[in-house]
Design a protein around this ligand. Structure first.
Ligand SMILES: [Mg+2]
Length: 245
């Protein structure tokens, strides 16, 4: 019994000595890979949370248009969506640039667009099909250039992403989407030749929403009021107008 007590006491002393001893110096951190992938890209590529967030956004958008469609005539209303990181996913492009240690460039982007390898964002195809079934018109307003529009349309067709108009940015034109939003509403696009009520905007960038910008949104809390009903935001931690220029 005496021996056992001593042994326990020794254990405590030993534990106390260990806890009081200085911590060993941290071993050297493993060398980072040649080109590490930013967490923002890994999140979009790998995270279950990203998939959940996009599905959640599109389910919210579906509920919003189902409510809006009730009592409206087919063809009298429309939805407007951005393309990149809203309907189609370009994480492969982002990943390849990161692996090469290179930033975005218009030349590399144009080459990516020509590959036609963007993939549908989870939830997008079902939402677009639902809008069609409810009698809504669909306008895609993207800042992909007009010269990139045919390759973009091919991606939409390949993945059966329903739409009535694909409004790209004129090659020498402004990136401001508001004139194209107004063209949709006033019936001056292939989405409709007569005025339509735009009941929902879907995008990943504050500039995908009418008359909003980083500055205006931050300046006025009321600017956020339509989000979750008429405005639906998709997550995009990889790039956007939030980045310093
Ligand atoms: Mg976008």
């Amino acid at each position: 019994m005496m021996l056992r007590t001593c042994a326990i006491a020794l254990l405590f002393v030993s534990a106390a000595c260990r806890s009081a001893a200085p911590l060993p110096a941290p071993s050297a951190a493993p060398a980072p890979p040649a080109a590490s992938i930013p967490d923002s890209i890994r999140w979009v590529r790998d995270a279950a949370e990203y998939r959940a967030a996009t599905l959640q956004a599109y389910r919210l958008a579906t509920s919003a248009v189902e409510a809006a469609a009730a009592g409206r005539q087919a063809g009298s209303w429309a939805v407007v969506l951005d393309a990149d990181e809203t309907v189609i996913n370009n994480v492969t492009y982002q990943l390849e640039r990161a692996q090469q240690g290179l930033p975005y460039s218009s030349e590399s982007w144009a080459a990516w667009v020509r590959r036609r390898e963007a993939s549908p964002i989870p939830g997008a195809a079902a939402f677009l099909a639902r809008v069609r079934a409810l009698g809504g018109r669909i306008a895609i307003v993207t800042n992909r250039l007009q010269s990139e529009c045919a390759d973009t349309a091919a991606v939409f067709e390949r993945h059966q992403l329903a739409h009535d108009a694909l409004l790209c940015r004129p090659d020498a034109g402004p990136s401001d989407k508001n004139p194209r939003f107004e063209a949709v509403a006033s019936g001056r696009t292939p989405a409709s030749s007569t005025p339509v009520e735009v009941v929902a905007f879907v995008g990943d960038n504050i500039l995908d929403f009418p008359r909003l910008s980083q500055q205006s949104a931050l300046a006025a809390e009321a600017a956020f009021a339509p989000f979750g009903t008429r405005f639906i935001l998709l997550p995009n931690p990889m790039y956007g107008s939030w980045q310093p220029r």
